[in-house]
Design a protein around this ligand. Structure first.
Ligand SMILES: C[S@@+](CC[C@H](N)C(=O)[O-])C[C@H]1O[C@@H](n2cnc3c(N)ncnc32)[C@H](O)[C@@H]1O
Length: 341
């Protein structure tokens, strides 16, 4: 799905803001920690066949992957994916690298996982996990440009080897396009004012290049503040979703999962804002809803390709110990035999 068609589909229904919690400490090696959300709940739902093949489409720092490996038998296999080169580096070098022979990791998007799996000789899997959004190491590293809490280059790309940074987008896009992104992906009421201010600054020869500059422009353009929320929250989230084509990637990943999952295989998706969760919810509902072939009298309902199993939120204890988990919603579905030969 193109960025513009997704924009049209979601127009006016932007995300509820993502929770930003306490700042985790930097690790001794200069990296940043990530506390895995819904760790046991996700792995319990995912692993049903210890000797099966599993995909962790969002490795991050491998919290889920490490527990999946503990649950797998000798013949089990885990294929991990991440689009962030730093996540790949964390899995392959340094003290926390994963050396388990049942594990491999690949630098790609989960939207492209069919090609990666085909190259490994895998055409069906027993479970796919997507723990969406950004990791704490991405948010907390000022150099990545994801957060208004630190000043740094306005990048926001998860895959730093390709694509356009947020600063480059703001340097070239017209006012209408900028406003549309901020409105559709951030549900920012002052999207037009923010876009006008950004373009005025650019036309005066001073385009925004840093997170601090963007925060300042937004703070002046957004006239009413939501309690407990930084005025830049919605604009930052909107640009991040756009720069990484997050909604299109998710849609593609879900569609691909239908072809990859073996009967009985589990799809487990953790979302962190309402735009993502709406896509997952709608997808699972559509694929779990039985239709009747109205051309055939007394026809039985057509079999569905998914069975919806659960919707899970973090416990009160998890939210208390990891505030970033508070907006998480996990949905679980199981592949049926429909469409398998
Ligand atoms: C919330 S973190 C995952 C954390 C992980 N479950 C853990 O326990 O460490 C999300 C990760 O998914 C990656 N990611 C997001 N969208 C992706 C995509 N379309 N394809 C591959 N990786 C993606 C990000 O780069 C980030 O590392």
């Amino acid at each position: 799905m193109s960025k513009s068609s997704m924009r049209a589909r979601t127009a006016g229904r932007g995300p509820k803001p993502m929770a930003e919690g306490a700042v985790p400490a930097a690790l001794p090696d200069g990296g940043f920690a990530h506390t895995t959300v819904l760790l046991r709940e996700a792995v319990d739902a995912l692993v049903t066949a210890p000797d099966g093949i599993y995909v962790d489409g969002t490795f991050g720092r491998g919290g889920h992957s490490r527990l999946i490996l503990q649950r797998l038998g000798e013949k089990g296999r885990l294929v991990a994916i991440d689009r962030d080169p730093q996540a790949i580096a964390a899995a392959t070098s340094g003290a926390a690298r994963v050396t388990d022979p049942r594990f491999s990791i690949h630098h790609t998007s989960f939207a492209q996982m069919v090609a990666t799996l085909a190259a490994l000789g895998v055409s069906k899997v027993h479970g796919l996990l997507l723990d969406l959004g950004v990791s704490s190491p991405q948010i907390d590293d000022p150099e990545r440009g994801f957060s208004f809490r630190f000043d740094g280059p306005l990048d926001m790309r998860m895959d730093t080897t390709r694509g356009e940074s947020a600063a480059d987008f703001l340097a070239r896009a017209d006012e209408h396009h900028i406003a549309e992104v901020i409105r559709d992906y951030g549900e920012e009421r002052f999207a037009i004012q923010v876009a006008k201010a950004l373009v005025a600054r650019r036309e005066s020869g001073n385009p925004v290049r840093t997170t601090g500059e963007l925060s300042d422009v937004v703070a002046r353009a957004v006239k009413t503040r939501e309690p407990g929320q930084n005025p830049a929250t919605r604009t930052f989230q909107a640009l991040r979703i756009f720069v990484n084509a997050e909604l299109e990637e998710l849609q593609q990943g879900l569609t691909t999962a239908l072809d990859l999952l073996a009967p009985g295989g589990r799809l487990v998706v953790i979302s962190f804002h309402s735009l993502e969760d709406r896509i997952v919810k709608t997808f699972i509902a559509r694929e779990s809803k039985s239709e009747i072939d109205r051309r055939v009298p007394f026809a039985p309902p057509l079999p569905t390709r998914l069975k919806s199993l659960a919707r899970v939120k973090p416990s009160v204890a998890e939210v208390a110990s990891n505030p970033r988990s508070r907006s998480a919603v996990m949905r679980v579905a199981e592949r049926t035999e429909a469409g398998w030969s």
